[in-house]
Design a protein around this ligand. Structure first.
Ligand SMILES: Nc1nc2c(c(=O)[nH]1)N[C@H]1C(S)=C(S)[C@@H](COP(=O)(O)O)O[C@H]1N2
Ligand SMILES: [Mo]
Length: 553
């Protein structure tokens, strides 16, 4: 007897788990649909994902970036989806065993995701609507599906009991089968409400199928429309920025054009991207405002037209990420169109005693920049609106971002900028500060070998060993290269555009068959040599010399 019962129970468990999964899919799909119509930032899966990004510890983040590279966010979403699937299956089984525990669990998930959404920076007044509608739809479906499932189960149990009592009465052996189909003939004695069984079963599967298909179509459809109708992309394409009053003068010999070397200016599509944003914020320049507040004589607010109306110049600056390992590629150079931050700050009249500007992004990210770096008339700290002759690409901060020569991006280069708060380091903390990075972080000057590459063997004979070197705000004086255990030899340098832009370097070398080591070392215009001692990226940037292997055929 006991054995007979175990089987159908397991099967019902599986169906209830599936009911949980499908209900969760309906939750997410209806939330996506409502989000698309009323509040795009109200997507529960994205809000919860962003919440996770903000709370995971630094080592986990570094592990993710190292292991999955540019796909780190995709893997976060997949991991999240897996977690949601397991929780949903458990909720389904719970609802089957102990109703209404499953519905309560789903409601709780709804409350948590609503909290994650409404507490995010940039949440609009209707941001709560998508998760709330999703919770109602999901709970209702879970309740309906499992109710049908339970009545089907009750029916199977009842009909088996009948069959058992019949066979017992006949003095026969145990019941042969436990499938509802097989119990059909036994129920056909018309002494039980057995016809309900197949009916409940059929309507359970019909509802399950319709819900699953509907959720897939609505959910995927809404997400795709949400992503592709980023109308801001069209706004950006149509945007005409005023011409620069002063353009960057690129001297002859600034770009050596050596095969394999980093071009002097990194194309916008090739420019590295680092940020905590799971989806790129959409900001319409027409509604964008920059607030300058905190320790100021007068709080002011600027529109996009106000800002560009102040007059734009072009600046050549190499941007560097603190996460750039020795020899890494988390840096790039662009011609930025913008206006000095000091001109904007001046309008608000910062008060004495302030020593920091906390710049804030629409997505809640903040950076702490020394006030002195932003007011120094010799330093081109800018609010940028253009990059390499176009409006800023959406991923690089459209419509306005900061760029400060000489400081790592996380303490200066706030994208999707909305606020400059004049304050002090004692009073305010930026996004990465409590997460294990320094509050102040000047770029450690460094150099990189671009060619030849370890992964591409070269032919013996004359080659150019070449790369780039950067020492923003100071400039590169010299680059030395060491091949195997030979003496350091001075590399030839490109003509510098300015001290804030990297320079290219190369040495001519007669490559002989075998493997060789190449090491590079820069010296800045203060006469300081690149630090040889290795340092990890946390808390304030890597150091050490790049030494790479070259294979020659
Ligand atoms: N809003 C926002 N701005 C941000 C960040 C971020 O996470 N969010 N990351 C910063 C970091 S760490 C770097 S290195 C630069 C990178 O700029 P890019 O993506 O345009 O290359 O942006 C900075 N600005
Ligand atoms: Mo960074």
């Amino acid at each position: 007897m006991a054995n007979d019962k175990r089987h159908p129970r397991k099967r019902f468990w599986a169906w209830s788990a599936l009911a949980g999964l499908v209900s969760a899919a309906a939750f997410l799909a209806s939330a996506e649909l409502v989000a698309l119509i009323f509040a795009r930032e109200g997507s529960p899966i994205l809000a919860v994902g962003s919440f996770v990004i903000d709370i995971v510890p630094r080592w986990a983040k570094e592990f993710a970036i190292e292991t999955f590279g540019a796909n780190d966010k995709l893997f976060l979403l997949l991991g999240l989806a897996f977690g949601v699937a397991v929780a949903a299956a458990v909720a389904g089984v719970l609802q089957f065993l102990r109703p209404p525990l499953g519905v309560i669990a789903l409601g709780l998930a709804g409350v948590l995701s609503t909290a994650a959404i409404v507490t995010r920076a940039g949440a609009t007044a209707l941001a709560w609507l998508p998760p709330v509608v999703g919770t109602i739809v999901g709970s209702l479906l879970l309740w309906l599906l499992v109710t049908k499932l339970r009545s089907w189960r009750d029916d199977v149990v009842a009909s088996r009991r009948d069959a058992v009592s019949m066979t017992d009465a006949a003095g026969a052996g145990p019941v042969a089968s436990d499938s509802p189909a097989a119990s059909g003939p036994a129920s056909a004695t018309q002494t039980t409400p057995a016809q309900k069984g197949p009916l409940d079963r059929r309507s359970f599967f019909r509802l399950l199928g319709i819900t699953a298909a509907g959720a897939a179509i609505v959910g995927v459809g809404a997400r795709v429309v949400n992503v592709t109708t980023g109308s801001i992309d069209a706004v950006r394409k149509a945007l005409k920025l005023p011409a620069a009053q002063e353009k960057v003068m690129v001297p002859d010999g600034a770009d050596l054009d050596i095969p394999g070397i980093s071009p002097l200016y990194t194309g916008n599509k090739d420019f590295y991207r680092v940020d905590t944003a799971l989806t790129v914020p959409s900001i319409d320049p027409d509604t964008w405002r920059l607030t300058i507040d905190g320790m100021v004589g007068e709080k002011i607010e600027l529109s996009f037209d106000d800002l560009v109306g102040m007059g734009l110049n072009e600046y050549s600056i190499t941007l560097t990420c603190v996460s750039n390992e020795v020899g890494g590629d988390l840096l790039g150079t662009a011609k930025w169109l913008g206006i000095p931050v000091r001109d904007v700050l001046e309008k608000a009249a910062p008060k004495s005693g302030a020593d920091m500007v906390l710049s804030r992004s629409i997505d809640g990210f903040t950076a702490s920049t020394p006030l002195a770096s932003l007011t120094d008339p010799k330093l081109d700290a800018i609010l940028a609106v253009g990059m390499n002759g176009e409006p800023l690409p959406l991923e690089h901060g459209f419509p306005v971002r900061m760029v400060v020569p000489g400081l790592y991006g996380y303490v200066s280069a706030t994208k999707w900028l909305t606020e400059l708060k004049v304050t002090t380091f004692a009073k305010d903390e930026a996004y990465w500060t409590p997460r294990g990075y320094s509050a102040k972080a000047p770029i450690k000057f460094s150099s990189r070998i671009d060619t030849p590459r370890l992964d591409k063997a070269i032919d013996a004979g004359p080659v150019k060993v070449a790369g780039v070197a950067w020492a923003q705000t100071v400039g590169i004086k010299q680059v030395d290269v060491k091949i195997d255990d030979n003496d350091w030899q001075a590399a030839k340098l490109s003509v510098p555009v300015n001290v804030d832009t990297w320079v290219q370097w190369y040495v001519d070398w007669e490559a002989t068959p075998g493997t060789h080591y190449v090491t590079v070392r820069a010296t800045d215009k203060n006469g300081k040599q690149q630090v040889e001692e290795r340092a990890p990226i946390a808390p304030d940037g890597s150091s050490g010399l790049q030494k790479t292997l070259i294979r020659v055929n």
